[in-house]
Design a protein around this ligand. Sequence first.
Ligand SMILES: Nc1nc2c(ncn2[C@@H]2O[C@H](COP(=O)(O)OP(=O)(O)OP(=O)(O)O)[C@@H](O)[C@H]2O)c(=O)[nH]1
Ligand SMILES: [Mg+2]
Length: 158
Amino acid sequence: MLTSKSKICFLGEGGVGKTSLVSLLQGKRIDKERNPTVGLEVDDSILNEKKCSIWDLGGQERFRFMWQDFLKGTGLAVLVTDSTETNVQKTKEIYERFSRFMGAKIIAIANKQDLPGALKANTVQNRLGGIKTYEMSAIKKELRDRMRQILEYEINSD
Ligand SMILES: Nc1nc2c(ncn2[C@@H]2O[C@H](COP(=O)(O)OP(=O)(O)OP(=O)(O)O)[C@@H](O)[C@H]2O)c(=O)[nH]1
Ligand SMILES: [Mg+2]
């Protein structure tokens, strides 16, 4: 049986790199093509030697009516943004709309750090009203361990 702590939900705008981050974590090939998630993808992963269920939510507006249901029982919500001013603003709106369904433990990932002009984690964190924010670049295979460490640390801490 999975406990609610073992359900991790990735959510955020379309195209910010949620599926790419999950692929990085899982050691799967990362699609260079834009391949939007339709609805939802769920995958198992072993974190802290425990089975976790990773929920990767399709970010396009047309799928968001389902998010409230998808988020039920989430142990850790991972709000993904790309690291541009415009996207962070949209991400903040997502947070305001869905935070009450996201559970007690919420972190943010400022993805696409490899792109020029990427906002730093502390800037993104301030813009998002203080949600703990980590920098990431899903296309960099060498960051796989870092991605794992972030999740393992966060599912352990209260
Ligand atoms: N430069 C760069 N591109 C990235 C990064 N992460 C993802 N991408 C690219 O961004 C595009 C969208 O990535 P996805 O992982 O499909 O985005 P998503 O958030 O799952 O999108 P939806 O499923 O529509 O919600 C793809 O072309 C990826 O290759 C990154 O860290 N840096
Ligand atoms: Mg996706």
